[in-house]
Design a protein around this ligand. Structure first.
Ligand SMILES: Cc1cc2nc3c(=O)[nH]c(=O)nc-3n(C[C@H](O)[C@H](O)[C@H](O)COP(=O)(O)OP(=O)(O)OC[C@H]3O[C@@H](n4cnc5c(N)ncnc54)[C@H](O)[C@@H]3O)c2cc1C
Length: 397
């Protein structure tokens, strides 16, 4: 019988892991199924561009997996039962239950609402493509005028506010954040950031936590009311609740708890990568949710699965955090490198057009590498090991 591997989610983490496994594991012994809600690989890193009105190239998952043997199941994952080793999916024509021997959980994340009332009902966001398209439709309705409030002071809020301001200069854009805008950046980078906000005419309200979102805008904790035709919630990400409801061990933030090989500490046949996993970097700090982290954790999970199932060695990945590349519209950006303790290095900052070109290159490279996960590696497909067979028999006995 083939060993059934199911990969949930075909974003930066899942597409990479599935593609790697399919090119490394022998199809006679392994069946690999990817479940994803959408038919194409969504460049999530560019969703603020999509919301602002730019069109992104479509990257068909069927084409990415063509010839690899990966089965693509287009469906929404509605539940995982980690004890029964099943996944419930819905493809619009009804629910179906899939059984797995090994599960790779890479469903990414969505917005963190932080319990603020009105976010779910009234706010827009850019954490997924359908949401980004809803915001775009709303901005189109405003027909080049109107007001937008962006809530948050971190990467997505910065990229979202600047992209909207540059692409739709008729909008009045304000940003409200509970702390400082880009407060973690080195002074030089922060000066550049504030200069860009000034140039783009974005009003910044620091130390202004939003306590409620309404149909007419938002209200801050001190009672200040912000009128807005669209409120964009960009105040951080949270894991989808599916993980916490699955029976898998998760942390307080709902992310899956794993060992160093990205293997669930409660269910050893489950691995996780990307935004869904609580992974600890070499410096002992949690890895931030990011595209780079999805790559590192995905590679680590892929290597562990190959070792476990075939007995072959596969190179994992160091768990590191190098810094941020932050777009400020299409013509400006900041590259901020951090030190080993994740503190922004004051000298390691690049801004302006050069940084924008580098950032664009990084985005293109990330999209290319998920579609070519084993580029440069020898193409060898390993058979299942006798030890893996024995341990599977013991587990099902
Ligand atoms: C606007 C924006 C800008 C960003 N910019 C940067 C940046 O500049 N640099 C950076 O490092 N990071 C950035 N990020 C964060 C980065 O996108 C994530 O950290 C990264 O995508 C995580 O990869 P992942 O594989 O865990 O999840 P994803 O890439 O989100 O993939 C998850 C996949 O699962 C699918 N899925 C989710 N739920 C279900 C379900 N129930 N059923 C079926 N399929 C489902 C999704 O459709 C998606 O294909 C940005 C994020 C956003 C939203």
């Amino acid at each position: 019988m083939q060993h059934r591997i199911i990969v949930l989610g075909a974003g930066y983490g899942g597409t990479y892991v599935a593609g790697c496994l399919a090119r490394r594991l022998h199809p006679a012994d392994f069946e690999i199924t990817v479940v994803n809600a959408e038919p194409d690989f969504v460049e999530r890193l560019r969703l603020h561009q999509l919301a602002a009105g730019q069109d992104l190239p479509r990257r068909d998952l069927a084409a990415i997996f063509a010839g690899t043997g990966v089965r693509l199941r287009l469906a929404r994952v509605t539940a995982v039962d980690a004890d029964r080793r099943t996944v419930t999916v819905d493809d619009g024509s009804g629910a179906d239950r899939l059984e797995y021997d090994t599960l790779v959980y890479t469903l990414g994340s969505t917005i963190a609402e932080h319990g603020v009332p009105g976010v779910a009902e009234h706010a827009f966001h850019i954490a997924g493509r359908p949401a980004a398209l809803r915001l775009r439709a709303r901005l189109d309705e405003l027909d080049g005028a109107g007001s937008v409030l962006v809530v948050g002071g971190n990467l997505t809020a910065i990229e979202g506010a600047t992209e909207l301001a540059e692409s739709r200069p008729g909008l009045r854009i304000a940003l409200a954040t509970e702390g400082e805008l880009g407060g973690w950046l080195a002074p030089k980078a922060r000066r550049h950031l504030l200069g860009a906000f000034d140039r783009l005419g974005i009003a910044v309200h620091e130390h202004t936590p939003i306590a409620q979102v309404t149909a007419a805008g938002a209200v801050a904790a001190d009672g200040t009311a912000f009128d807005a035709d669209a409120t964009v919630w960009a105040a951080g990400f949270a894991a989808h609740p599916i993980a916490a409801a699955s029976g898998l061990a998760v942390g307080g933030d709902g992310r899956i708890t794993v060992d160093k090989s990205m293997r669930s500490v409660s269910h050893p046949e489950v691995y996780a990568a990307g935004d869904s996993v609580h992974a600890v970097a070499e410096n002992g700090l949690p890895l931030p949710m990011s595209c780079a982290s999805a790559g590192f954790t995905g590679k680590q999970a892929m290597a562990a699965i190959i070792r476990e199932l075939t007995g072959r060695n596969a190179a994992g990945s160091p768990m590191v955090y190098y810094g941020n590349h932050i777009s400020l519209g299409r013509k400006d950006a900041i590259l901020q490198v951090v030190d080993g303790d994740a503190r922004s290095k004051s000298w390691a900052v690049v801004g302006g057009r050069t940084a924008a070109r580098v950032k664009n290159g990084i985005l293109k490279g990330a999209a290319w590498s998920v579609a070519h996960p084993t580029f440069g590696m020898p193409a060898r497909r390993h058979r299942r090991s006798a030890a893996a067979d024995r341990s599977a028999e013991a587990a099902t006995a």
